[in-house]
Design a protein around this ligand. Structure first.
Ligand code: FMN
Ligand code: MN
Length: 512
């Protein structure tokens, strides 16, 4: 075996022009300047119309809709921003919302964004700073006066079991000993004026923290910060390891500390940029029916409601004209795919490199709804990893990917040479179809941890939260060594001089 060689980290271009967007309103203005915001001046129904419009925006790449008034609710000055992290149909700006949110140039492509997040995992933590006051404290309601129904809470999908207040908010939860403060996203459904319910999965960190409170016989204090500075939801969707504070990691990614503020009725700090701040306690020992709801896999599951724990609300604070962001989960591409999938790919890329595997990149195709991960490797991976054959490489990749929190969700991994751009669906389909032998070299894994929300799981697998997984070996036959056939394409199939000449003379030929 040769010594493994680890690829040098790539240069990350943060872009000198990048101006920090430290609240949602600055983000909305940046979207407007880019042509990525559509103000909706007519009243729309909270019942399904907001959801249907937002779905159509995802599916056409239209700008993010900003709703200002509602035909079936007084609104009370609140606004709704749909598709805050959706994709754009503007040429070269597909991931502009994601990139802007993370302080990267709006033209960044998926692999550049993944590289920037992965790179930040090796940077020192930058903890948040606590500031004295925050705009959300303009209006504060506590105790019996708390009334969640004053907020415009939409019914998002036909078939949803209720109205969802939280689809893009940051849930703050701290261990009883104060050693770890977790920020994450998990949906929350409106129960009544003072209660919410939602998914609190055992394998998620909010579930782990809630269990720790339950173990000392107490409900878990929580803050739900809605409409926060645009980078925060992307770190909330990132499956960082347990006991890592998301706020510290986001500071490292942005190169500046995140501002937090003390809550009014509980002992927690929450993002100071919040448009709306909800405080209260999560009771694991109470249960109420929640769901079903349209999910990241692209379906409203044909399941009855599930009994889930109850969030009791002790305070609501908000800015005047507060903006509530909403995600209408479902068929790709929506924010589960951009804000959970992209940071997941970054974490996996980091883990694979840390394991000494010379991979070029890792990408969760947005269109796969987190069911596929593509890992690409350089042609000389044998020399760089010391692994002799492609089946062994695929098994090793599977072992590393499936062992992490991010990879635990992913059921299918596709390993390809790095001549393929995994963000280009046309190339990916071609490469998967033409390079994958149906029978040879795949690494299969029996009954290992899985996200219970994978679309095709059988009920026994959902209950066990475990299923079989596969790494598809799409590398060339080992007998070819490092040789690859010439790709019969414009970019790969001609000498550089011809490619340059054709590009240069394109207009001269008469093409527009
Ligand atoms: C828009 C969006 C909605 C999400 N909804 C849920 C949810 O309802 N339940 C859940 O367990 N995870 C949900 N996730 C995924 C989690 O945010 C993700 O697994 C994250 O890693 C959880 O944080 P943690 O790693 O600190 O536990 C969602 C992610 C996004 C981006
Ligand atoms: Mn976490």
């Amino acid at each position: 075996m040769r010594d493994p060689v680890i690829l040098p980290p790539r240069q990350v271009n943060r872009g000198p022009e990048a101006v920090p967007l430290t609240d949602l309103r600055q983000y909305v203005e940046a979207l407007r300047r880019l042509g990525e915001l559509q103000e909706i001046d007519v009243p729309v129904a909270l019942d399904l119309e907001v959801g249907a419009i937002t779905r159509r925006c995802y599916e056409t790449g239209a700008p993010a809709p900003l709703f200002k008034s509602f035909s079936d609710h007084p609104g009370n000055g609140f606004r709704i921003l749909g598709a805050p992290g959706g994709t754009s149909c503007q040429p070269g700006l597909r991931l502009a919302r994601v990139a802007l949110a993370l302080g990267l140039p709006p033209s960044s492509n998926g692999l550049e964004i993944v590289e920037a997040i992965a790179d930040s995992l090796d940077q020192p933590a930058i903890p948040p700073v606590v500031v004295a006051d925050a705009p959300c404290f303009e209006h504060v309601t506590t105790g019996d006066a708390v009334d969640l129904t004053r907020l415009p809470v939409p019914l998002l999908h036909h078939g949803d079991g209720g109205r969802y207040l939280n689809t893009w908010g940051c849930i703050v939860a701290r261990m009883p000993d104060g050693a770890w403060t977790n920020w994450s996203i998990a949906r929350m459904m409106l129960v009544d004026g003072q209660r919410l319910t939602g998914i609190v999965a055992r394998e998620q960190h909010v579930g782990m923290v809630a269990q720790a409170w339950a173990a000392i016989g107490k409900p878990m204090p929580f803050a739900l910060a809605l409409g926060v500075e645009p980078a925060i939801p992307f770190i909330c969707g990132m499956p960082l390891p347990a006991h890592v504070d998301e706020a510290d990691r986001l500071g490292a990614l942005l190169g500046r500390p995140i501002r937090t503020v003390r809550c009014r009725t509980i002992d927690l700090e929450a993002p100071a940029s919040a448009e709306i701040l909800i405080e209260g306690h999560l009771h694991l020992d109470e249960a109420i029916e929640e769901g079903p709801m349209g999910e990241f896999a692209g379906y409203v599951p044909a399941e009855p409601p599930t009994r889930r724990p109850v969030y009791h609300v002790t305070a609501i604070s908000h800015r005047t004209g507060a903006i509530l962001p909403v995600v209408v989960a479902g068929e790709p591409v929506e924010e589960n795919h951009t804000a959970w999938g992209i940071p997941s790919a970054a974490q996996i890329l980091h883990d694979l490199r840390a394991a000494g595997l010379a991979i070029t990149t890792a990408w969760i195709p947005l269109e796969s709804a987190l069911h596929w991960l593509v890992v690409t490797v350089p042609r000389d991976w044998r020399r760089r990893t010391g692994i002799e054959d492609s089946a062994a490489l695929c098994r090793r990749i599977g072992e590393v990917v499936f062992a992490g929190k991010a990879g635990a969700v992913i059921p299918k991994v596709i390993v390809l040479n790095d001549d393929v751009d995994p963000t280009n669906v046309r190339e990916l389909v071609w490469a998967f179809a033409t390079r994958c032998h149906p029978q040879l070299g795949h690494a299969t894994f029996e009954h290992i941890p899985a996200a219970p929300l994978l679309a095709y799981l059988r009920s026994s697998e959902k209950v066990a939260a475990a299923t079989g997984k596969i790494v598809y070996n799409c590398l060339p036959p080992d007998e070819w060594g490092e040789a690859l056939p010439i790709r019969a394409s414009f970019r790969h199939g001609y000498p550089a001089e011809i490619v340059a000449r054709v590009r240069h003379r394109w207009a001269a030929y008469g093409f527009r």
